[in-house]
Design a protein around this ligand. Sequence first.
Ligand code: BG6
Length: 481
Amino acid sequence: MVSRVIPVAAFDLVLFGATGDLAARKILPSLFHRFKIGQMPPEGRIIGAARSAMDTAAFRALAKSSLNSAVPKAAKSDIAAFLKLLDYVRIDAMGDAGWKTLAKKLRKDAVRVFYLSVGPTLFSPIASGLKTAGLITPESRIVVEKPFGHDLASATALNRDLGACFKESQIYRIDHYLGKETVQNLMALRFANALFEPLWNSQHIDHVQITVAESLGVAGRGEYYERAGALRDMVQNHLMQLLCLTAMEPPSRFEPNAVRDEKLKVIRALDPVPPERIVRGQYRKGNGGDSFADEVGNPDSRSESFVAMKVQVSNWRWAGTPFYLRTGKKLRHRLSEIAIVFRDPPHSIFPAMENRRGNALIIRLQPDEGITLRMTIKDPGPGGMRLTEVPLDMTFAEALGADIVMPDAYERLIMDVVRGDQTLFMRGDEVEAAWEWIDPLTAAWAESSEKPAPYDAGGSGPEDALMLLHRDGRRWREIGQ
Ligand code: BG6
């Protein structure tokens, strides 16, 4: 299947933090892919901006080595053509140096994308630096990476600072989960098919499980993770977004504010989570690896590398249908999925089935993006009317053709920024509402003397997380079944 590529307008993208890890691993490779398939026009320019003293040739050499490791199979000639679009300016984000040079490099009428792939303390100074230097045109946009604040107060302050320089319609807060193909597919599945929507409510859905499990630990990012923990790092943004897209009402149009209004209503409908409905975990030493505490360099660490929680969306559609969320590091497999578990038939005419799990629709975000519908059928052969459960399985790669390429989330998101489409970006009020819901949880933990429950690397999290569902007569799906 050939994907349809609609070129975007020529743009100048100023990449702050151009010598950093995210630029090397994600942003430059994504721009390269879009350039190679012809979506990014050859007049497009990428201006690296960072503190390091280097010239354009040195920046191109750095970008070349990043691309060689991120896209090892790329043709040398394609990389060489792409590198010609790169330029570099040395900027002191907290001072005056470099802004005038940057001004000279920008074209008057092109779309300007200011991409802030820098630490959060630099977001406000760079926004105000751009304003002071007179670089913000009506066709300018600012892109901000996570973390967007640490709590409600810091997120509100950041919104205020960005809002003093840019209009909300120019601010693009990235949550890369929204750029994942299958996450967008969740909207297609729900709103482009009439099949599921009549069943998409508490009358027919028993509960929902949202799992984002990772097999890697936090080595290399210990300092950040010790401050953030899984609740801030994963739940406040990625899992909340998945919850919103699963639970929201159909927007009237597929337009940025129509979609974001509906997501915001979900966040505002979330009940506070009492302590007994949330479990924190921390991986211990074992399985050939260090403990979380070792990796973050704090033997007394009380930060969590795992969270499981039972969440209630208090509205007419969802009252009585809990959403169970869980995420963690160093679990058995890397797996992200949303499982919609349906209620049992109101009356069974067949003999009871052992270990019945019931109908479920499983949306796999990664790996092996696809959808599975778990059905109950007759177990073939003699022996009476015995029932069994089978998966009706669709892996997108098989259904759409083996050569289908799932673009990286960043490719889609960066092109949306250039096009000026905010649908897959978080609005300021949405981020604030998410923090407002998270803050009491972090505050309660800060006051409590309890430490996160230890769990084994390579497992499925602490025992208490299993109990969270057992108490309700339910069970988690296996991580990696
Ligand atoms: C990031 C988190 O936002 O998402 C990381 O900071 C996490 O801790 C990552 O590992 C997961 O993203 P993905 O796309 O690999 O599921």
